[in-house]
Design a protein around this ligand. Structure first.
Ligand code: SF4
Ligand code: SF4
Ligand code: SF4
Length: 321
């Protein structure tokens, strides 16, 4: 951007020189213009190089996220989350945000040529949500990844789960926040409200005392109540939750899920209630899907294996007699 600004200033200077000379009824000689260009040692902004690196970075990261999602591999998932915090958070600092939702409301989008990686991220987010649900929340969002990683180091004894009847209502707070911030923006066109509603700016390390205090309180609450912001407050998560109602490929359930509570206990997002999975709350974290396909833990497979064993034993005993 700085190079672009310098280039623009130099170009404007050339025009001004030509205008000034024309005004003085002097035609600028080629030598004058050449001398000015020779003095200009600022390289032309290299959009191509910068853009290519940016596009390669986001494509590599999204590919890693997809591989970890399809492989259901825990180490790959944690690697993706570390990259989400480092690359998407601290290096790029460009997460899906309320600002983008405001942009949609205004139908205002960034210039494609300079924001290809942003478009890739948006298309990926929308497409993956429509296909599988909130994959963005489970892997791509730096804040979500940060709190999930935090989860791994916070001792379990500090955890506190909201009573179910409170939780059932608390999940709607994020929808209220989404609607009220969009309403506020529609009336005032003040985009900066986002700083008080979402903490993503923290990766830029650029906040005020008030906003840092709010983030500190939020992170402290997250220590005690897992994924607190994501589950109850995040307007972006709410928007993706609404979109995920359209999702095509949902997590399957077995008949045994009607009584088995293993997946419900394993879900850190409170998205499973009995046999049902609330798609708007599920972030496709893999935890229940790993159980779902585990032949040593899931009662569905245990029963199938038991039946198989019985049949084999029956065959052996009938062959022996
Ligand atoms: S709910 Fe919000 S903060 Fe959490 S992972 Fe999703 S977008 Fe990020
Ligand atoms: S462990 Fe198997 S049976 Fe139990 S809830 Fe999960 S998928 Fe269903
Ligand atoms: S455990 Fe299952 S239902 Fe819960 S968030 Fe993860 S993938 Fe979704």
């Amino acid at each position: 951007m700085r190079a672009l600004a310098l280039y623009t200033v130099k170009a404007a200077a050339l025009c001004l020189l030509a205008c000034a000379m024309a005004h003085a009824q002097q035609t600028p000689s080629l030598d004058d213009l050449n001398a000015l260009i020779a003095e200009d040692s600022t390289p032309m902004p290299s959009f191509g190089q910068r853009e290519i690196l940016d596009i390669a970075g986001i494509l590599a990261f999204l590919t890693l996220a997809l591989i970890s999602f399809f492989k259901k591999s825990k180490p790959l998932k944690y690697l993706t989350m570390v990259c989400a915090v480092g690359y998407m958070g601290f290096i790029k600092g460009n997460l899906v945000s309320l600002v983008h939702i405001f942009g949609l409301v205004e139908f205002s989008f960034p210039i494609f040529q300079y924001n290809v990686s942003w478009y890739i991220l948006m298309i990926f987010t929308i497409a993956s949500t429509v296909l599988w649900g909130r994959v963005y929340c489970g892997r791509i969002c730096a804040f979500g990844a940060f709190t999930q990683l935090l989860d791994q180091i916070v001792p379990k004894r500090l955890r506190f789960e909201l009573p179910r009847h409170i939780e059932r209502r608390a999940i709607y707070v994020k929808y209220v926040l989404l609607a009220s911030t969009i309403g506020y923006f529609s009336l005032t066109h003040d985009k900066f409200i986002y700083k008080y509603v979402e903490p993503f700016w923290m990766f830029t390390l650029n906040g005020t005392t008030v906003t840092w205090t709010l983030v500190a309180l939020l992170l402290l609450t997250t220590v005690f109540i897992r994924n607190f912001y994501c589950r109850y407050l995040c307007p972006v998560g709410a928007a993706l939750g609404l979109m995920s109602q359209l999702s095509v490929f949902r997590i399957k359930r077995w008949k045994q899920c009607n009584t088995c509570k293993l997946c419900q206990k394993a879900c850190e997002w409170g998205a499973i209630q009995g046999p049902k999975i609330a798609v708007s709350e599920c972030v496709r974290c893999d935890d229940c899907e790993i159980l779902y396909s585990s032949e040593t833990k899931c009662p569905h497979w245990l029963m199938i294996n038991k039946k198989r064993l019985k049949q084999t034993l029956a065959k052996f005993s009938s062959a022996a007699t």
